[in-house]
Design a binder for this molecule. Structure first.
Ligand code: PMP
Ligand code: GLU
Length: 392
Protein backbone atom coordinates (compact mmCIF):
# COMPACT_ATOMS: atom_id res chain seq x y z
CA UNK A 1 0.00 0.00 0.00
CA UNK A 2 1.37 3.39 -0.93
CA UNK A 3 1.21 5.66 2.09
CA UNK A 4 1.33 9.42 2.29
CA UNK A 5 4.86 10.76 2.64
CA UNK A 6 3.98 12.37 5.97
CA UNK A 7 3.31 9.02 7.63
CA UNK A 8 5.83 6.92 5.77
CA UNK A 9 8.53 9.12 7.32
CA UNK A 10 7.19 8.53 10.82
CA UNK A 11 8.79 6.14 13.24
CA UNK A 12 6.55 4.72 15.96
CA UNK A 13 6.88 6.21 19.45
CA UNK A 14 9.72 4.25 21.11
CA UNK A 15 8.38 4.95 24.60
CA UNK A 16 5.04 3.38 23.74
CA UNK A 17 6.71 0.59 21.71
CA UNK A 18 8.98 -0.53 24.56
CA UNK A 19 6.09 -0.42 27.02
CA UNK A 20 3.93 -2.51 24.68
CA UNK A 21 6.76 -5.00 24.24
CA UNK A 22 7.42 -5.41 27.96
CA UNK A 23 3.66 -5.75 28.66
CA UNK A 24 3.46 -8.43 25.98
CA UNK A 25 6.37 -10.32 27.55
CA UNK A 26 4.64 -10.09 30.94
CA UNK A 27 1.47 -11.52 29.40
CA UNK A 28 3.54 -14.47 28.21
CA UNK A 29 4.41 -15.11 31.84
CA UNK A 30 7.94 -13.69 31.72
CA UNK A 31 9.25 -11.88 34.79
CA UNK A 32 9.93 -8.53 33.12
CA UNK A 33 10.85 -5.40 35.05
CA UNK A 34 9.29 -2.58 33.05
CA UNK A 35 11.10 0.71 33.60
CA UNK A 36 10.14 2.13 30.22
CA UNK A 37 6.70 3.60 30.69
CA UNK A 38 6.49 7.28 31.50
CA UNK A 39 3.43 7.00 33.69
CA UNK A 40 2.89 7.04 37.43
CA UNK A 41 2.26 3.58 38.86
CA UNK A 42 -0.35 4.94 41.30
CA UNK A 43 -4.07 4.62 40.70
CA UNK A 44 -6.01 7.73 39.78
CA UNK A 45 -7.15 9.26 43.11
CA UNK A 46 -10.58 8.04 44.20
CA UNK A 47 -12.29 11.43 44.29
CA UNK A 48 -11.42 11.92 40.61
CA UNK A 49 -12.81 8.53 39.63
CA UNK A 50 -15.97 9.23 41.63
CA UNK A 51 -16.50 12.56 39.91
CA UNK A 52 -16.29 10.91 36.48
CA UNK A 53 -18.60 8.11 37.63
CA UNK A 54 -21.10 10.62 38.95
CA UNK A 55 -20.95 12.56 35.68
CA UNK A 56 -21.79 9.41 33.74
CA UNK A 57 -24.72 8.55 36.01
CA UNK A 58 -26.03 12.09 35.69
CA UNK A 59 -26.10 11.72 31.93
CA UNK A 60 -23.05 13.80 31.10
CA UNK A 61 -22.24 11.38 28.36
CA UNK A 62 -22.99 13.59 25.35
CA UNK A 63 -20.92 15.82 23.11
CA UNK A 64 -19.60 18.89 24.89
CA UNK A 65 -18.24 22.14 23.51
CA UNK A 66 -15.18 21.31 21.39
CA UNK A 67 -12.82 23.41 23.54
CA UNK A 68 -14.10 21.76 26.73
CA UNK A 69 -16.84 22.27 29.31
CA UNK A 70 -17.01 25.84 30.67
CA UNK A 71 -16.45 24.68 34.28
CA UNK A 72 -13.18 22.95 33.37
CA UNK A 73 -11.96 25.88 31.27
CA UNK A 74 -12.68 28.11 34.26
CA UNK A 75 -10.84 25.75 36.64
CA UNK A 76 -7.80 25.72 34.32
CA UNK A 77 -7.88 29.51 34.12
CA UNK A 78 -7.92 29.64 37.94
CA UNK A 79 -5.08 27.11 38.12
CA UNK A 80 -2.92 29.40 35.95
CA UNK A 81 -3.73 32.36 38.18
CA UNK A 82 -3.10 30.43 41.41
CA UNK A 83 -0.03 28.40 40.48
CA UNK A 84 1.69 30.55 37.88
CA UNK A 85 0.36 34.07 38.38
CA UNK A 86 -0.83 34.05 34.76
CA UNK A 87 -4.14 35.40 33.51
CA UNK A 88 -5.80 33.48 30.69
CA UNK A 89 -9.44 33.97 29.73
CA UNK A 90 -11.37 30.79 29.00
CA UNK A 91 -11.19 31.69 25.28
CA UNK A 92 -7.42 31.38 25.45
CA UNK A 93 -7.62 27.77 26.65
CA UNK A 94 -8.39 24.49 24.89
CA UNK A 95 -8.89 21.13 26.57
CA UNK A 96 -7.49 18.29 24.47
CA UNK A 97 -7.19 14.52 24.38
CA UNK A 98 -3.90 14.58 26.26
CA UNK A 99 -0.99 16.98 26.13
CA UNK A 100 0.13 15.10 23.04
CA UNK A 101 -3.00 16.15 21.19
CA UNK A 102 -2.49 19.77 22.29
CA UNK A 103 1.01 19.74 20.81
CA UNK A 104 -0.19 18.08 17.64
CA UNK A 105 -2.97 20.62 17.10
CA UNK A 106 -0.55 23.41 17.88
CA UNK A 107 2.00 22.45 15.24
CA UNK A 108 -0.73 21.77 12.68
CA UNK A 109 -2.14 25.23 13.35
CA UNK A 110 1.19 27.03 13.42
CA UNK A 111 3.52 25.64 10.78
CA UNK A 112 3.74 26.08 7.05
CA UNK A 113 5.95 23.75 5.00
CA UNK A 114 9.61 24.47 5.73
CA UNK A 115 9.01 26.42 8.95
CA UNK A 116 11.70 25.55 11.48
CA UNK A 117 11.21 24.58 15.10
CA UNK A 118 14.20 24.53 17.44
CA UNK A 119 14.26 21.40 19.58
CA UNK A 120 16.83 20.91 22.33
CA UNK A 121 18.41 17.45 22.60
CA UNK A 122 17.59 15.33 24.57
CA UNK A 123 13.99 15.82 23.52
CA UNK A 124 10.78 13.99 24.27
CA UNK A 125 10.33 11.42 21.49
CA UNK A 126 7.23 12.91 19.87
CA UNK A 127 8.39 16.50 19.30
CA UNK A 128 10.39 16.00 16.08
CA UNK A 129 7.83 13.60 14.62
CA UNK A 130 4.95 16.00 15.26
CA UNK A 131 6.83 18.89 13.68
CA UNK A 132 7.56 16.72 10.64
CA UNK A 133 3.94 15.60 10.29
CA UNK A 134 2.99 19.29 10.22
CA UNK A 135 5.56 19.69 7.40
CA UNK A 136 7.88 21.72 9.62
CA UNK A 137 11.61 21.15 10.00
CA UNK A 138 13.11 20.25 13.39
CA UNK A 139 16.38 22.05 14.10
CA UNK A 140 18.31 20.43 16.92
CA UNK A 141 20.63 21.95 19.46
CA UNK A 142 22.47 19.82 21.97
CA UNK A 143 21.94 20.12 25.70
CA UNK A 144 25.28 18.84 26.98
CA UNK A 145 25.46 16.53 29.97
CA UNK A 146 28.05 18.84 31.54
CA UNK A 147 25.29 21.48 31.64
CA UNK A 148 22.71 19.04 33.07
CA UNK A 149 21.48 18.45 29.50
CA UNK A 150 20.30 22.06 29.17
CA UNK A 151 20.85 24.38 26.22
CA UNK A 152 22.06 27.96 26.54
CA UNK A 153 20.65 31.17 25.11
CA UNK A 154 23.76 31.42 22.93
CA UNK A 155 23.03 28.02 21.39
CA UNK A 156 19.45 29.06 20.70
CA UNK A 157 20.69 32.23 19.02
CA UNK A 158 23.04 30.31 16.73
CA UNK A 159 20.24 28.02 15.57
CA UNK A 160 17.93 30.84 14.49
CA UNK A 161 17.35 31.39 10.77
CA UNK A 162 14.77 33.47 8.88
CA UNK A 163 12.56 30.34 8.84
CA UNK A 164 12.55 29.81 12.63
CA UNK A 165 8.99 29.87 13.90
CA UNK A 166 9.16 28.32 17.36
CA UNK A 167 11.25 26.66 20.04
CA UNK A 168 10.13 23.84 22.34
CA UNK A 169 11.03 24.19 26.00
CA UNK A 170 10.34 21.35 28.39
CA UNK A 171 11.15 22.00 32.02
CA UNK A 172 11.18 19.73 34.01
CA UNK A 173 12.38 17.65 31.12
CA UNK A 174 11.49 14.26 29.78
CA UNK A 175 13.89 12.34 29.58
CA UNK A 176 16.45 14.08 31.82
CA UNK A 177 14.37 15.47 34.70
CA UNK A 178 16.43 18.69 34.50
CA UNK A 179 14.92 22.04 35.41
CA UNK A 180 15.93 25.34 33.86
CA UNK A 181 16.65 28.09 36.38
CA UNK A 182 14.93 31.46 36.23
CA UNK A 183 18.16 33.05 35.01
CA UNK A 184 18.68 30.48 32.23
CA UNK A 185 15.12 30.94 31.02
CA UNK A 186 15.36 34.71 31.19
CA UNK A 187 18.30 34.64 28.81
CA UNK A 188 16.56 32.27 26.40
CA UNK A 189 13.37 34.36 26.46
CA UNK A 190 15.36 37.46 25.60
CA UNK A 191 16.77 35.80 22.48
CA UNK A 192 13.37 34.44 21.45
CA UNK A 193 11.64 37.79 21.81
CA UNK A 194 14.40 39.58 19.90
CA UNK A 195 13.76 37.22 16.98
CA UNK A 196 9.99 36.95 17.27
CA UNK A 197 10.03 33.23 18.02
CA UNK A 198 7.09 31.50 19.66
CA UNK A 199 7.96 29.60 22.83
CA UNK A 200 6.16 26.30 23.17
CA UNK A 201 6.48 25.62 26.87
CA UNK A 202 5.64 22.04 27.74
CA UNK A 203 5.00 22.20 31.48
CA UNK A 204 3.44 18.79 31.93
CA UNK A 205 5.90 17.90 34.74
CA UNK A 206 5.39 21.24 36.50
CA UNK A 207 4.08 19.62 39.69
CA UNK A 208 6.77 16.97 39.90
CA UNK A 209 9.65 19.02 41.29
CA UNK A 210 11.81 18.07 44.26
CA UNK A 211 14.21 19.50 46.83
CA UNK A 212 12.55 22.92 46.94
CA UNK A 213 13.33 23.81 43.32
CA UNK A 214 10.81 26.13 41.68
CA UNK A 215 8.90 25.89 38.46
CA UNK A 216 9.12 29.03 36.35
CA UNK A 217 6.98 29.50 33.28
CA UNK A 218 8.55 31.58 30.52
CA UNK A 219 5.18 33.28 30.03
CA UNK A 220 5.63 35.06 33.37
CA UNK A 221 8.67 37.15 32.42
CA UNK A 222 6.95 40.04 30.62
CA UNK A 223 3.89 41.00 28.61
CA UNK A 224 5.82 40.19 25.40
CA UNK A 225 6.91 36.82 26.80
CA UNK A 226 3.28 36.06 27.69
CA UNK A 227 2.13 36.93 24.19
CA UNK A 228 4.83 34.78 22.62
CA UNK A 229 4.23 31.64 24.68
CA UNK A 230 1.90 28.71 24.34
CA UNK A 231 1.75 26.57 27.47
CA UNK A 232 1.10 22.85 27.20
CA UNK A 233 0.01 20.95 30.29
CA UNK A 234 -2.15 18.00 31.27
CA UNK A 235 -3.63 15.67 33.84
CA UNK A 236 -1.63 12.53 32.98
CA UNK A 237 1.40 13.09 35.17
CA UNK A 238 0.29 15.05 38.26
CA UNK A 239 -2.95 13.14 38.77
CA UNK A 240 -1.95 9.73 37.48
CA UNK A 241 -4.49 9.98 34.67
CA UNK A 242 -2.50 8.77 31.66
CA UNK A 243 -5.30 6.62 30.27
CA UNK A 244 -7.93 9.33 30.61
CA UNK A 245 -6.31 11.37 27.82
CA UNK A 246 -6.75 14.85 29.21
CA UNK A 247 -4.49 17.78 28.43
CA UNK A 248 -4.73 21.47 27.71
CA UNK A 249 -3.05 24.42 26.05
CA UNK A 250 -3.19 28.15 26.71
CA UNK A 251 -1.99 31.11 24.70
CA UNK A 252 -2.90 33.55 21.97
CA UNK A 253 -6.65 33.47 21.37
CA UNK A 254 -6.44 33.31 17.56
CA UNK A 255 -4.04 30.39 17.72
CA UNK A 256 -6.13 28.57 20.33
CA UNK A 257 -9.27 29.12 18.22
CA UNK A 258 -7.49 27.56 15.22
CA UNK A 259 -6.65 24.55 17.40
CA UNK A 260 -10.30 24.31 18.48
CA UNK A 261 -11.46 24.47 14.85
CA UNK A 262 -9.03 21.68 13.97
CA UNK A 263 -10.39 19.57 16.83
CA UNK A 264 -13.95 20.27 15.65
CA UNK A 265 -13.14 18.36 12.44
CA UNK A 266 -11.06 15.58 13.97
CA UNK A 267 -11.58 14.57 17.59
CA UNK A 268 -14.49 16.88 18.56
CA UNK A 269 -14.61 17.35 22.33
CA UNK A 270 -12.40 15.47 24.77
CA UNK A 271 -14.33 12.67 26.53
CA UNK A 272 -17.19 14.27 28.48
CA UNK A 273 -16.90 12.42 31.80
CA UNK A 274 -13.08 12.57 31.75
CA UNK A 275 -13.51 16.34 31.75
CA UNK A 276 -15.58 16.11 34.95
CA UNK A 277 -12.88 13.91 36.47
CA UNK A 278 -10.30 16.54 35.50
CA UNK A 279 -12.40 19.24 37.10
CA UNK A 280 -12.29 17.30 40.36
CA UNK A 281 -8.53 16.82 39.95
CA UNK A 282 -7.89 20.55 39.66
CA UNK A 283 -10.36 21.73 42.28
CA UNK A 284 -10.15 18.89 44.83
CA UNK A 285 -7.52 17.83 47.37
CA UNK A 286 -3.91 17.82 46.17
CA UNK A 287 -2.83 15.35 48.87
CA UNK A 288 -2.52 12.35 46.50
CA UNK A 289 -0.08 14.40 44.41
CA UNK A 290 1.95 15.26 47.51
CA UNK A 291 2.04 11.59 48.51
CA UNK A 292 3.21 10.61 45.04
CA UNK A 293 5.97 13.25 45.15
CA UNK A 294 7.24 12.02 48.51
CA UNK A 295 7.47 8.54 47.06
CA UNK A 296 9.20 9.69 43.85
CA UNK A 297 11.93 11.50 45.79
CA UNK A 298 12.78 8.35 47.73
CA UNK A 299 12.90 6.30 44.55
CA UNK A 300 14.98 8.85 42.67
CA UNK A 301 17.60 8.96 45.43
CA UNK A 302 17.84 5.19 45.61
CA UNK A 303 17.95 4.71 41.84
CA UNK A 304 20.68 7.32 41.32
CA UNK A 305 22.72 5.79 44.15
CA UNK A 306 22.44 2.25 42.84
CA UNK A 307 23.17 3.21 39.23
CA UNK A 308 26.31 5.12 40.17
CA UNK A 309 27.61 1.99 41.89
CA UNK A 310 27.66 0.14 38.56
CA UNK A 311 31.00 0.34 36.78
CA UNK A 312 30.61 2.04 33.41
CA UNK A 313 27.37 3.83 34.27
CA UNK A 314 27.09 7.38 35.57
CA UNK A 315 23.91 9.16 36.46
CA UNK A 316 23.09 12.78 37.30
CA UNK A 317 20.51 13.43 40.01
CA UNK A 318 17.56 15.20 38.37
CA UNK A 319 15.39 17.77 40.11
CA UNK A 320 12.05 16.90 38.54
CA UNK A 321 9.79 14.52 36.56
CA UNK A 322 10.23 10.78 37.19
CA UNK A 323 13.06 9.81 34.89
CA UNK A 324 16.78 9.38 35.16
CA UNK A 325 18.96 9.44 32.08
CA UNK A 326 22.17 7.56 32.91
CA UNK A 327 25.18 7.66 30.64
CA UNK A 328 25.87 4.04 29.70
CA UNK A 329 28.56 4.65 27.06
CA UNK A 330 31.44 3.23 29.13
CA UNK A 331 29.49 0.09 29.94
CA UNK A 332 28.53 -0.29 26.28
CA UNK A 333 32.13 0.12 25.14
CA UNK A 334 33.37 -2.39 27.69
CA UNK A 335 30.78 -4.88 26.50
CA UNK A 336 31.53 -4.30 22.80
CA UNK A 337 28.32 -2.50 21.86
CA UNK A 338 28.35 0.41 19.49
CA UNK A 339 24.64 1.13 19.56
CA UNK A 340 22.46 1.80 22.57
CA UNK A 341 19.40 0.26 20.85
CA UNK A 342 21.13 -3.10 20.69
CA UNK A 343 22.37 -2.72 24.28
CA UNK A 344 18.80 -2.11 25.50
CA UNK A 345 17.44 -4.90 23.32
CA UNK A 346 19.92 -7.44 24.75
CA UNK A 347 19.24 -6.20 28.27
CA UNK A 348 15.56 -6.92 27.70
CA UNK A 349 16.15 -10.36 26.20
CA UNK A 350 18.86 -11.51 28.62
CA UNK A 351 17.84 -9.85 31.88
CA UNK A 352 14.20 -8.94 31.23
CA UNK A 353 14.57 -5.25 32.02
CA UNK A 354 12.84 -2.73 29.76
CA UNK A 355 14.46 0.72 29.38
CA UNK A 356 14.03 3.23 26.58
CA UNK A 357 17.21 3.66 24.51
CA UNK A 358 18.52 7.22 24.43
CA UNK A 359 18.41 7.24 20.62
CA UNK A 360 14.67 7.95 20.80
CA UNK A 361 15.53 11.17 22.63
CA UNK A 362 18.40 12.08 20.32
CA UNK A 363 21.21 10.67 22.46
CA UNK A 364 23.36 7.66 21.57
CA UNK A 365 25.08 7.39 24.96
CA UNK A 366 22.18 7.18 27.35
CA UNK A 367 19.15 5.13 28.31
CA UNK A 368 16.04 6.35 30.10
CA UNK A 369 14.81 4.73 33.28
CA UNK A 370 11.39 5.68 34.57
CA UNK A 371 11.22 5.47 38.36
CA UNK A 372 7.44 5.53 38.27
CA UNK A 373 7.67 1.88 39.32
CA UNK A 374 7.70 0.34 42.80
CA UNK A 375 10.92 0.44 44.84
CA UNK A 376 11.03 -3.33 44.75
CA UNK A 377 10.84 -3.38 40.92
CA UNK A 378 13.42 -0.61 40.67
CA UNK A 379 15.91 -2.40 42.91
CA UNK A 380 15.36 -5.66 41.09
CA UNK A 381 15.72 -3.99 37.69
CA UNK A 382 18.94 -2.18 38.58
CA UNK A 383 20.44 -5.35 40.07
CA UNK A 384 19.73 -7.04 36.74
CA UNK A 385 21.37 -4.16 34.87
CA UNK A 386 24.41 -4.67 37.11
CA UNK A 387 24.48 -8.37 36.21
CA UNK A 388 24.13 -7.54 32.52
CA UNK A 389 27.01 -5.05 32.58
CA UNK A 390 29.16 -7.50 34.57
CA UNK A 391 28.98 -10.14 31.86
CA UNK A 392 31.35 -7.81 29.90
N1 PMP B 1 5.01 16.17 26.97
C1 PMP B 1 5.92 15.41 27.60
C2 PMP B 1 7.26 15.97 27.86
C3 PMP B 1 5.61 14.10 27.97
O1 PMP B 1 6.53 13.35 28.58
C4 PMP B 1 4.35 13.59 27.69
C5 PMP B 1 4.13 12.15 28.10
N2 PMP B 1 3.20 11.47 27.58
C6 PMP B 1 3.41 14.43 27.06
C7 PMP B 1 3.79 15.71 26.71
C8 PMP B 1 2.02 14.03 26.70
O2 PMP B 1 1.35 13.36 27.68
P1 PMP B 1 -0.21 13.12 27.57
O3 PMP B 1 -0.57 13.06 26.13
O4 PMP B 1 -0.45 11.84 28.30
O5 PMP B 1 -0.85 14.28 28.26
N1 GLU C 1 5.38 10.56 27.84
C1 GLU C 1 5.52 9.24 28.36
C2 GLU C 1 6.90 8.72 28.04
O1 GLU C 1 7.72 9.45 27.55
C3 GLU C 1 4.42 8.33 27.90
C4 GLU C 1 4.59 7.69 26.57
C5 GLU C 1 4.39 8.66 25.46
O2 GLU C 1 3.34 9.29 25.41
O3 GLU C 1 5.32 8.79 24.67
O4 GLU C 1 7.17 7.60 28.31
Amino acid sequence: MKLAKRVSLLSPSPTLAITAKSNEMKRQGLDVVGLGAGEPDFNTPTHIIEAAERAMREGRTKYTATAGIPELLQAISEKFERDNGLTYSTKQIIVTNGGKHALYNLFMSLLDPGDEVIIPIPYWVSYPEMVKVAEGVPVFIEGYEANAFKVTAQQVKTAITPRTRAIILNSPSNPTGSIYTRQELEEIVEVCLAHNILMVSDEIYEKLIYDGHEHVSVATFSKEAYENTVIINGMSKPYSMTGWRMGYAAGNQTLIQAMVDLSSHSTSNPTSFAQYGSLAALTGTQEPLEMMKREFVKRRDRVVDLLNQIEGISCLKPEGAFYVFPNVSEAMKKMGYDHVDKWCEDLLVEQKVALVPGSGFGSANHARISYAASMEQLEKGIERIRQFVRRG
